[in-house]
Structure formats: C-alpha cells, structure tokens
Write a protein of this length. Sequence first.
Length: 700
Amino acid sequence: MTEAKTPCPAAGNFFNLYHQGLVRVAVCVPEVIVADPVANARASLRLARQAAHQGALVALFPELGLSAYSNEDLFQQQALLDASLAALEDVRAASRDLATLLAVGLPLAVDGRLFNTAVLVHQGRLLGAVPKSFLPNFREFYEKRQFSPAREALSREIRLLGETVPFGNDLLFEARDLPGCVLHLELCEDLWTPIPPSTHAALAGATLLLNLSASNITIGKAAERNALCAAQSSKCLAAYLYSAAGPGESSTDLAWDGQAVIYENGQLLAESERFAPGEQMILADIDLDLLIAERRRRTSFADAAATEVERLRGLRRIGFTPELPGGDLGLKRRIERFPFVPADSRARDADCYETYNIQVQALTKRLTAAGIEQLVIGVSGGLDSTQALLVAARTMDRLGLPRTHVLAYTLPGFATSEATRANAWALMRALGVTAAEIDIRPSCLQMLQDIGHPFANGQPVHDVTFENVQAGERSSHLFRLANHHRALVLGTGDLSEIALGWSTYGVGDQMSHYNVNASVSKTLIQYLIRWLIAGDQFDDATKAVLLRILQTEISPELVPPDAQGHIQRSEDIIGPYELQDFNLYYISRYGLRPSKVAFLAWHAWHDRNREPWPEGMSAEERHQYDLSSIRRWLEVFVRRFFGSSQFKRSCMPNGPKVSSGGSLSPRGDWRAPSDAVAEVWLDDLRQQIPESPALGSHQS
C-alpha cells in the first residue's frame, strides 16, 4: 500500500520552491569526445556541478554520453566498454558530494549481450540501470548491429561497480518526502514508438519522464522532437525532459544540434540553443502539484491505468531520499500574471477570437432553440454590459435580424454618473440597437418607503439594502420588459464577479435568462474589448466610445460619491481584479493551497519590471504587489469564494463555458455545497504566511 504523503516541512521556508511542491530539473548537453569516456565524464561532471549549484534535483544527459553515441563498431571493443565503466565510476564517486540525481548513458554488457543503457546515479549510489527498449535499424540507424533491446535481458538485477543494481525498463524512481516526484528513464527511439515505455510509467505514477537521446539532426527533425515531447507530456500529464547529443559527436555521415527541451503538460518551459559551439544546460521548475491535480481530475487518465493494472503493478519502484536545497532559490518558471490573458499577442488574439465567437455562437443557439428573436439588456456604460451588448449585436447579425431587436436600456439610479450614462447612450446609438432609458429612482424610493428605510425620509443611509434595492429594481424592470416584448434578458455579470459573489441575489444582477459573460474573467473582458477596438468590425466613432469605457473606473455606482468626491470602487472592497483572477485560476482550476497560490502570485507580481506584460498595457496599468497585499486579498477571496458566495452560484443562469480555466456553473466545472465554511483554507494562509509587516520586504 502506498503511504499518503503530506507536504514536506523540512524543505525550507515559504519561499523555497521544494516546500511549495515544485522541483528543479536540468537538461545538460556536454561537448563529448568520441571514444574518450574519461574526458566525457569530466565534461558531464562539470555540468552536473553547475546543476547542483543551481539547486536542481535532477540532471539529464544524452544517450551514451559517457562513451559518445557515434562509436559504431567501436562498441564491440572491450577497451571502450571498460573505459566507459571507469567513467561511470568517476561519476559515481563525484556524485557523493552532489545532491543532484544524474541520469547518464553508457554501453553495458549484461547476460552476454550489449545494451544501450541509462544509469541513475545519486550521491554515490547507482539507483538503477535502464536498457533501451526500441532500437532503430533503418535509414542511417544500425543500432541492432551493436545492441540488444531491453526485452532480451534475462537479469532483473546486475552487479555493477560492486553494487547490486536493478536492471530493466520497468523501473520507477520515487523521491521520499517529496510528494509526487517519481522518475522514469527511456532512451531516444523509445519516444518515437506508438506506445513509449514512459506512457505506462506515467500511468503508474511517474511525473518526471526523462529521455536520454542522441538523435542526429536533419531538416525538420527539431520540430518533430518538439511535437513528440509536447504530446507525450500532455497525454501523460507529466514533465518530459529531453537531451539530444551535441557538439563532439562524429560527423562522418551525420550532424548533431544539441537540442534540449523541458515540457510540462504540453507547455514548453525551457529549450537550449541549437548548434551551439560548446556545452549547454537548461533549467526549469516543474510544478508537481499541478500535474497531480490534473491527474486526479482527468478521469480518463485513471481509466487508462485501470486497463493496464496488472502490468502497472509489476513495475518496480526504487526509493531514494533526496537532499533538498533550502532557502529561496528563486523560480525558473514563467508565471503569467494574467492566466486568463496570454502575454503573447498572437496567443491572446487567438483567445479573444475564440471567446467572442463562443459567446456569439452560444447566444445564437439559445435564441434559435427558444424561438425568440429579441433580447433585453441593461447597459451601464461599464465593461461587462458593454461586452454583452457587443455580443448581442453580433448575434443579431449572425441570425440575419436587425440590431433593433436588441432592446437596450440604461437604468440610472442614485449614484449613476453622467460619464457612464453618456457612454451607455453613445454605445447604444453607435451599435444601432433600440435604445431607451428608465429612471429607476422613483420606483426605488417607493420600495424604500414601503420597507421603512431611512433614505426615503431624507437620511443619507447608503447601506446594503439601499444598494440592493437599486440592483433589484433594474433586474425587475428588465424581466418585465422581456415579458412585454417576448424577449430574453441577457445577463452581463462576469466570472470574476461570480467567484466573489459580487452581485445581488435573486431578482438582482445575479439573475438573467442567459449570461454570455458567465465564464469570462474581468481581465479577459478588458482585452476582448481592446481586441475588438483593434479589429475592423466597428467604425472609429464606436471604437472611441469603447476606449472611453475601458478607461472608466470599475464601480457598481450604487452609492453616491462621498464628501471628498470619492466614488464607490469595486476593487476597494473585493480586491484588485487582476490579483483575484490569478487566485481564482489556481484555486478553482487546480485546487492549490492558498499559501501555494500566494507563492506563485508573489513571483508573478512583486516585480513591476519583470517582462513580459500584455502588449498595449501602459506603464500606469502595470501594478506590483508585496506579500502582505497578496495575503490580504487572497484572504478576502477565500472568505468570499468558499464561505459566502456558493449559494448564488448554485442557481446561476445558463451561459457558455469559454476558458480552459473553467467555469463556476453548478452544471459544469464547479459543484460545491452552499453551506461550507472557509476555515481550512484560511488556516493554511495563517499557518504558512503569518501576518507581519516584514512580509512585504522579502527579496529573492
């Protein structure tokens, strides 16, 4: 039985990446000398020491890197085999002073056969030897001339340099006290097969898949390697480390480019320079928590494992106890500040295109299915109603209906500013929808008077009742207008507001007939509108209105400005949307502990000067947050998300899922009880990040 693991308390403080469920890995490309194992061991150890100095737990080297790959029939020379063993001994001896695991390649004679083998070395111990499973013997490859495949091995253990060492392609290497850190080794051609050995290893629990490769270079082959590594890491929900041979291999009939890559679940984390003149090393930090979270949620992954259960149970697990570096090692991993908004302009444009068209397509289907040709929407002059109105107008175009079938209303209340009212009117006119205005103040006053609220008697009491009466009156008018015109009420509230419960329940802005913004975050809506401004769908006058709306302070406009003229700002109450969207993504998508989210947020947000920022963001829009601020707003998020807002989400209207980051629909990604409490998440924050003025001053 596998023992349940708890987060490692000995790995260091809050800022230590190993304490936060990450592991640093290195992929090395030494400059080899053909048939000179002593020199190759020195070159490998030089890079190994650099990897250890950088805090890497694992360092991967190329296939047959101790002997060089391109020896051909020299592999049949006993002198070369003996020298390769001596080189392995040099690596083993030097590894006693290194905390890093070293995955090196050499030829090994076993059972009267010669095997192309990967050996995992850890602090003076040989953890295991893995022979290559599939030998290429076509075109330029003639490996079967020298080597035997793993299936021909008779021994499951071998004597190697005086140790009894597990031998076979069925080995998993599991790090004690580092939950989820399980390694598997395969070699070059193994990845090119329909079912690589690493597939079964991943199904059995391996998260770090290491490929020792030689792989000569031909036109287009680098792209093929990238595609294979990306696909294998994605299908296996794992990290995939790949090291090809670099400079120094024989160029008799081949050339070598030294490609090294690190992928995690389909995403490229690091890549070497190809055709570099000397040795190279790349580093990346793998998030084990994210990989494990994905595997728990992906039921098809577990189903695939169940079909191979007997085979997977037969895999051998070799345990080792890593010496984990303490202290702040920094983070060699790019954390997007806006996980719903890619920093890369091409990826962002593609996301905006898909989001917009998902919204339009979904609304088109809803109207067609309902047999209804008109929409009712409240337009405030703010971001959310603007995006919903743009989608509504485009939907009418798609249906071949006039935009006048969109019945748009501005509904000014006690705190509506002239600026937002003017923006609402300008937008409605620019889009050519049916535009009207209903002043809700008389009906609100009647309601306030009926319930005995002091505001009805002239007292300036602006409490939650005062606010919700206005929100309720707006929604009540919209629903009755929809009845009157045989239309659907189009909701405008976004994913960020739904997560934080920033809406009025029942007959309020929480409710509609259909909500196209339901799984679109506030940060993405801002860039959707920017994207539409940059396109050719609207004329210059409409774009000017949209730009003014983008520049308007986010406010529900339910409370009049105070004596100093300060308006009601949403972000003063529920926190900066850019930070809360970050929290939402990692908590709802991956279920990470709040303290881990704070660690990631600090690395993303503490340095304003760290690039990249999304293109088009001005210097004034580029914010930074210290750990105290991150903790403060994360606590607000946790309290609202887990403790007080689920009952609103439990009966939210239909709306299309847009982002792989998930939705909060009770019929989709998020099913949660309405009566849970937030204490376990708050306890994690309190224990891992105690409130202290010093938190904001930490430097990496």
